[in-house]
Each structure stands twice: as C-alpha cells, then as structure tokens.
Design a protein around this ligand. Structure first.
Ligand SMILES: Nc1ncnc2c1ncn2[C@@H]1O[C@H](COP(=O)(O)OP(=O)(O)OP(=O)(O)O)[C@@H](O)[C@H]1O
Ligand SMILES: [Mg+2]
Length: 664
C-alpha cells in the first residue's frame, strides 16, 4: 500500500522513522527524544537485525539513524536532488573534526537514513543509485562499514509489514485506508470488469450502425468525411488556405480563432482539408502531404507524436520523449530515412506534413505540465519555422477558441503568428446560412417545405437577415442549435420532405436541444435516470472562475467504474443515438457532443448548479487519483488534512473503486 507521508510533518516523520527502525532492527536500538541530538534520531550498538548488503552477516557495531523530511515533495527529480544535498551535508559534517557531533559522539560504523522523498530505482541514473554512489564516495574516508537508505517506497513496505507501527501513528491517514473504507461501501462484483468490457464492445459496435440518411450533423462537428454535405464556408475555407500559404512561407503557424460553436473544427476538417487535398495550397506537392489533425488533450506531446506517426505510417515509439528533450526534433524525424523502424513505407512527400492542432485551448485547460506545454509549443513552432532558409518541415494550423486567444500572447512565436495572418471564424452571411441548410438536403436527395429556411433564419436571430447578400450577425454560438434543430427536423419528417410542422415539433432552434434531452431522460426509469444524471455530470468540467466545459472521459474508465456497466451502456446508447447525438462516443472516449448542451439544457444546468462544490471536489479527487496511479504514484497527488476530510465528506466518485481494486 502507499501512504501519505507528506502529511506527517517533520517531527512525526522522525517518530515514525524511530518506530520503524525499532521494529525492524530490534531492541539494540536507542531512540532519542525531540531535543538537539546532533541530527540523530537513533543509534544502536552491537548486532541488529539488518544484513550487510554483500550478504556477509548482519550489521554489528555502532550505527546512527538520521531522518530527512521534505515538507512538500514535488516531482521525483527535485526530491532526489534535495535528498542528495541533505546526505552530502550530513556526510561532510562527520568529516569535520571540530563539529559538535564528532566531538560529542563517534563517527559511526553504520549509517541508516530515512526520507519521505521518492527515489527512483532506475539502475544507473536513478535516485537510489545516485545516493548510493554519493555515500560510497565518503565511506572510505569515514570508515563506514555499510549504509542503508529507506526512502518512500521502502518505508511504505515496512509500514505494510509492521502494522503495529502503522496503527500507533494514528495521525497518519492513508489514501489506501480511505479507499478501502469506501470500497466496503461499494460492493465490487468481480464480474463487473467483464461486464464493462462487453458493454464497451456493444457500444462501439453500435456506433457503426449510426449512419442515418440525414445530412445534418446535430451538435457534432463536420469531419473530412462529411465534406460532401458541408456548405456555407466556401469563401472562408479559401481564405484559410490563402493565409496558410503566407504563414507557411513565413515559417509561422496559422491561427484560426472563433467563439465556441462558431464552426472552427468543421471548417478545418470539412472545408480546409478537402481544399488542400485538391492542391489549393500553392506549394508544389502539398496535395500529397500526410496530414495530422489532432487535439492536444492533457498530453500534447503524446498526441502530436501519435498523430504524426499515424499520418506518416511510422512508429511513434519514443518520439514524444524525444520532442520533450529536443523540440526541434520533429523536422529531423520527418526527414529521417523512413525505412528505419517503419511499420511500412511512408506515403510520398512524407518528409513534410500538415499539422492541424484543433481545440488548441486544451493546451491551457487540460495540460497541467507547464514544461510539456512549452515543449509542445516549441515543437510545433519549430516544425513550422524556416529559420535557416530551408523549407519548413510542416505547415501548421492552430484552431483555438477566441476566449483563449489571450493565452497565446505569453508565447512569442504564437503571438507573432496571431498578429500575422489570423483567421476569425464569424457568423455566416444569410446566403451562406441558406446554403448551409439547403445544399446538404439537396445532396442527400431531400426537399424542404417552402418557408422552412426563412423560418430557420428568422429563429436564429433577429439580425440573421433574410434578404439576399445581407450580412448576418446572429450570435455565433447559436450555430450548434440550428444544426441540432435541422437534425431533429430531418429525423421527424416522414419520407424525404422536411416540413415546417416537423421543425415546429422540435421546439424550434432555441428549444430543440432541451426538448430532445428532456425527452430522452423522461423515458428512463428511476435507475437509468440517476445513471444518466451521474454520467452527464461526470462529463462536465466544473469551471473555477471560468465557464463549465466538456470533460472528455475514457470509455473504459467510465464503464469500469460504473456500478452497473450494462445500464451505463444503455444510457450512453440513448444519449448518443442518431436522433440525439448529445453525447459522442469516439473510439476510446466519451464526451458531450458540444458545449452548447451545457447552455441550452436547463435540466443539466440545474444538476450542475445543485452541487457545484461537491461535484468539483469529486472530480478533482477522481483526477488526482488517476494521476496518482498513472504518474508513478507521486505523493503530491495524495490527499491530506482538510482536503481529504472535505473530499470524503462530499462522497467519492464511483470511478475510484477502480483504484481500490488495483489495491492502491
Ligand atoms: N457550415 C456549417 N453548416 C451547418 N452547421 C455547421 C456548419 N459549421 C458548423 N456547424 C455546426 O455548428 C456546430 C459547431 O461546429 P464546430 O464544432 O465545428 O464549432 P467549433 O467552433 O469548433 O466549436 P468549439 O468551440 O466547441 O470547438 C456543430 O453543431 C456543427 O454541426
Ligand atoms: Mg471545435
């Protein structure tokens, strides 16, 4: 089990060390009180219960125990540096003939050091070996016969064994204990994991049947595959390509920005990519460049590496780590002999590529590692750059929500890119809107009742404008609502004729989303309703001083943590159904299809607002717990004191039962 040693405080840590030394080494140990003792927590004389590392008998002589407590252990590397400096300082003191400790006592034969810091066991460069080499370099001069370092992992193992010591340290709360208690409250059926796996399979298989005859996308963004039904953005797509051409020539990324729901993702995927494929970028061969369109996620370097590797049909092995160490690496990697370590031969022109980073705001909202964020930005800017006069390795496009654009200013290369040739995705003109409604219908062989388009445009906003050529200025965030109303109108119209009556039955642009969502949850029985509520709340990132946003969740994590995965699967199927598309299930993740749902569905708002603080705490606990299991169990993620009490008081997310099963 892992223990939260960081909440102990220095004094308690010393006591814990003394208790463990006593328990492990035996009665020959003499512990010191809290007074000045020359930095020693305990000494022993004679034989104790600790074997020499070379296997030749047990320690037998005069030994000193010293505890080193770091109040706020950060990452492993900084903890290791701190501990090595502490050890060095101690060893130096033993070498000073005039030091108090040498005058008061004698130089020990054995040295045992304890610390709450995590030392990496990696052979050679890890903290364990580094400290070992450090002590060894003093051993001869000091006459040390042997030494030991009990760092975080070792102390945890000793605590596991010596449960008497663990129990007497009543002030010590361990995450594992808390989770074990919660585990008792959440009966875990061993068959549930299997059930979660089969639920995920059923959901993913169900996805392939989703393709309805309707050309409208509802709340979902258009993808490149939807290009044949994507209309209304032809001019803007041409502008994007023109500006990309200039940005690329100048060695900068192109920034495409716009409000939430303005249509950026759709424009980039279904407007710009097909235009580039047709060779509209005035760079020879660009129509054949491999194209990587991705979102940064919480691990932007990993996402970048995976996307370029997939686009160039190569292995991503180690690329993310290389980029972190050397953000310039991408250009060289793309130019390397593609045959080395390749999965198969790369496509032609694979020494250059197109990088489209959509939802760039995730770099600021989801990536919490500032070094990774900087390396990612450096890597894409270096790929776009042509500093030495050579052609850039990549044409880079960034799609970002306008409310996050200010964050770019902190990065000089991105600030310059934003100032150079930005593209703003605004509202469509009334002609474009008309085209966006009429043309997909025509392409899919559908007809529209006379007056339906006018009605839609009227309902979109008072200033959307009906007359030909009018500058539309509807509120851009309404576009998802229009799109959803079109989808539902299409689903509800009998045959291939879309009628006004069917549109009216949706509740109109402003109510269609809420009415679809309310209808779905109203059909559910109590258990399924509660599941839907919890599920949707899990998919909302509660904002702290910012708007609430979508929270993308791995499908496996969502299902494995659900008390009844089959029920969760049924609810997900309803929410993601072709006539709803409130939730989207991608290959391995689930998300609310568009943030517009958060604004347009009062029931969800009520659910969120009824327990914002509790929900926020549960999410943080959930995220921290996962960071803990996936991030080498760094104690910084562990809960202590008030934070722990608060979190426990607000209940614990179901997904934590996963951790309990893993034995955290
Ligand atoms: N040309 C279009 N015609 C019809 N609907 C569109 C068009 N472009 C976008 N939409 C719809 O508008 C909504 C928002 O689109 P999209 O997701 O592309 O916007 P976004 O600006 O990327 O949003 P976000 O800020 O959340 O990333 C979706 O419902 C999409 O189907
Ligand atoms: Mg988008």
């Amino acid at each position: 089990m892992d223990y939260d040693l960081s909440r102990l405080g220095e004094r308690e840590f010393e006591h814990l060390s003394q208790a463990l030394v006593l328990a492990a080494l035996g009665p020959g140990v003499e512990v010191f009180g809290d007074g000045p003792d020359g930095g020693r927590e305990a000494t022993f004389e004679g034989g104790v219960n600790l074997p020499h590392r070379d296997g030749r008998g047990r320690w037998n002589g005069f030994g000193v125990v010293q505890a080193k407590y770091l109040r706020r252990p950060g990452d492993t590397a900084s903890g290791e540096r701190w501990f090595a400096a502490q050890v060095k300082a101690e060893l130096e003191k033993w070498l000073e003939p005039d030091s108090v400790r040498v005058k008061k006592g004698r130089v020990p034969d054995y040295l045992l050091m304890t610390t709450n810091v995590v030392l990496s066991p990696v052979a050679g460069g890890g903290g364990v070996d580094t400290v070992d080499r450090l002590i060894e370099s003093y051993a001869k001069r000091l006459g040390l016969r042997d030494w030991a370092v009990w760092h975080y992992d070792k102390l945890c193992r000793l605590l596991d064994v010596h449960d008497g010591v663990r129990r007497t340290n009543a002030g010590q709360i361990v995450l594992g204990d808390v989770l074990s208690q919660i585990h008792d409250l959440l009966p875990v059926d061993p068959r549930r994991r299997e059930s979660a796996a089969s639920a995920a399979k059923a959901l993913l298989e169900g996805q392939s049947d989703r393709d309805a005859a309707c050309p409208y996308k509802g709340l979902a963004a258009f993808t490149e595959a939807d290009a044949s039904v994507f209309f209304g953005r032809e001019q803007l797509a041409a502008r994007v390509v023109g500006r990309l051409s200039r940005s690329h020539a100048e060695g900068r990324p192109l920034v495409v920005m716009g409000a939430s729901g303005a249509g950026k993702s759709s424009l980039l995927a279904a407007g710009m990519l097909p235009a580039l494929r047709q060779g509209q970028l005035d760079v020879a061969g660009s129509e054949a460049w491999p194209r990587a369109l991705f979102t940064p996620t919480g691990d932007p370097l990993g996402a970048l590496a995976a996307a370029v590797a997939a686009a160039t049909r190569r292995s991503a092995d180690g690329l993310a780590g290389q980029l972190r160490a050397d953000p310039d690496r991408l250009a060289a990697w793309l130019g390397e002999d593609a045959r080395t370590g390749d999965l198969e031969s790369p496509p032609a022109g694979a020494d250059r590529c197109l990088l489209v980073v959509d939802q760039f705001e995730e770099v600021f909202t989801q990536c919490t590692d500032s070094a990774a964020r900087q390396a990612f930005i450096d890597a894409i800017c270096a790929a776009a750059a042509c500093d030495d006069g050579s052609a850039p390795a990549a044409a880079v496009v960034i799609g970002i929500r306008a409310d996050f654009v200010a964050h770019l200013a902190a990065f000089p290369q991105l600030r310059a890119a934003m100032e150079a040739h930005p593209v703003l995705v605004g509202p469509m003109s009334s002609d474009e809107l008309r085209s966006a409604v009429e043309q997909p219908a025509a392409a899919a062989g559908l007809t529209l009742e006379l007056g339906l388009v006018d009605r839609l445009i009227d309902d979109l906003g008072p200033r959307a404008g009906r007359s030909a050529g009018a500058e539309a200025s509807y509120e851009v965030g309404q576009l998802p609502l229009l799109s959803h109303a079109l989808l539902v109108t299409c689903q509800r119209s009998a045959g291939t004729h879309l009628t006004l009556a069917a549109y009216q039955a949706t509740g109109g642009i402003r109510r269609a989303v809420a009415s679809t969502a309310d209808d779905i949850v109203a059909r559910l029985d109590k258990d399924h309703y509660d599941t839907a509520r919890n599920l949707l709340l899990d998919l909302v990132q509660i904002g702290e001083g910012t708007d609430d946003t979508r929270r993308r969740m791995p499908l496996a994590r969502l299902l494995a943590s659900a008390p009844d995965p089959q029920r969760t699967q049924r609810v997900l199927t309803e929410l993601a159904a072709p006539d709803a598309r409130l939730v989207t299930i991608h290959e391995d993740r689930v998300e609310i299809t568009h943030e517009a749902l958060l604004r347009a569905w009062p029931t969800l708002r009520e659910w969120i607002d009824s327990d914002r603080a509790g929900q926020l705490l549960r999410q943080r606990l959930d995220d921290d717990a996962h960071a803990w299991t996936e991030g080498n169990r760094n104690p910084v993620h562990l809960y202590q004191g008030n934070r722990l009490t608060l979190a426990a008081a607000h209940g614990v997310p179901q997904s934590l039962s996963v951790l309990v099963r893993r034995g955290v």
